[in-house]
Design a protein. Structure first.
Length: 350
């Protein structure tokens, strides 16, 4: 409870919070945020149904995934809360906007198998077939979230029209986290900022900003303190190297690809990659451009804090890189082309 009083602080330690809640960080944090934002009262939610829904969400994350697990979802939800409190957003958002944002953040990686989209496509996984090789993971996360919403009956008292609208808009938010679509979203964001035509009284503009906010929350790890950021970096790299899908636990994804002559995905080969190289490339090509534009939109103390941590963390990884290779100029080539077949689909420190 003492930690929850600081849930709006950017240095919130989700790892400590998860330990204090005995592995129930996602349930505890999200329930608290629903209450804090007045959503339970506003939407007349049954607290038992809400808790049941959140427990189902938490249980549908795979705890064996080093990175894409319920703690990551809780971390993204906490970051989203911080963004919702920013002045431009807090004075414009409706309770509906906040509700969608928190649900999307909590469920954005639901039932993540611990492998990326190219692997699912190359192995002819049923999900790749189902979603026609397009935003495979994000579509699965969204449809899984919809299934739990319906099963829980949390919004059964709402009209069918509103429930369908909610499901669709949550989908729009989750699908925006597809890293292969980064350029499209970033270009739209930059164009709006260049023209100065964003109007948060416009529901469509608000929804777009919430998509950008969730994208930021999803890959905000490099913008946290070094102590937190480094832990996330180690976890995502461990998942790249060691995590197969649900039926291939504790086997290296890269090794699986070698065994079946699939061609090893970028960033998944333990023989050629280092944490430092991966992180520097990730920060340079994905995180810096996104958070630079977010700071243009919301030039606040929080934005400057995030950019400050990002710069310091990148410098720290460059120091590690120099120690390892004697050079500080290497950037992982996997990040040099914004192509869905080259970029890892889920390194969203994510």
């Amino acid at each position: 409870q003492c930690m929850l009083e600081k849930v709006g602080n950017w240095n919130f330690d989700i790892f400590l919070f998860d330990r204090l809640t005995n592995g129930n960080s996602l349930v505890s944090l999200t329930f608290h945020l629903f209450n804090l934002h007045g959503l339970i009262e506003h939407f007349q939610l049954d607290t038992m149904k809400l808790r049941r829904f959140l427990v189902m969400v938490q249980e549908d994350y795979h705890s064996q995934n080093p990175y894409h697990n319920a703690v990551h979802a809780a971390d993204v939800t906490q970051a989203m809360h911080c963004y919702l409190k920013e002045p431009k957003l807090s004075k414009s958002l409706t309770p509906w906007d906040v509700l969608l944002s928190l649900i999307a953040a909590a469920t954005h990686d639901l039932d993540h198998p611990g492998v990326n989209q190219p692997f699912l496509i190359k192995t002819n996984h049923y999900l790749a077939t189902l979603y026609k090789n397009t935003s495979v993971l994000e579509n699965h996360h969204w449809r899984s979230a919809v299934g739990l919403l319906r099963e829980s009956g949390l919004f059964a008292h709402m009209s069918l029209e509103n429930r369908q609208l909610m499901e669709s808009q949550i989908g729009d938010l989750i699908l925006a986290t597809d890293i292969s679509q980064q350029n499209e979203y970033l270009s739209m964001f930059r164009s709006h900022l260049d023209r100065g035509d964003l109007c948060l009284e416009n529901a469509n503009h608000r929804h777009f900003i919430l998509q950008m906010a969730l994208k930021c929350a999803d890959i905000c790890n490099p913008c946290r303190t070094w102590e937190l950021s480094k832990q996330w970096s180690e976890k995502v790299t461990e998942e790249f190297f060691h995590q197969g899908n649900c039926t291939l636990l504790f086997v290296s994804l890269g090794d699986i690809e070698k065994k079946y002559h699939l061609g090893v995905s970028p960033l998944c080969d333990r023989q050629t990659e280092t944490i430092a190289n991966i992180q520097i490339g990730f920060m340079t090509y994905l995180v810096e451009p996104l958070f630079g534009e977010w700071a243009r939109f919301s030039n606040t103390r929080l934005s400057q804090t995030m950019l400050g941590h990002l710069g310091l963390n990148k410098a720290s990884w460059k120091g590690v890189q120099r120690e390892q290779s004697g050079s500080g100029d290497d950037v992982d080539p996997a990040f040099e082309e914004m192509d869905s077949d080259i970029l890892p689909q889920e390194p969203r420190l994510s």
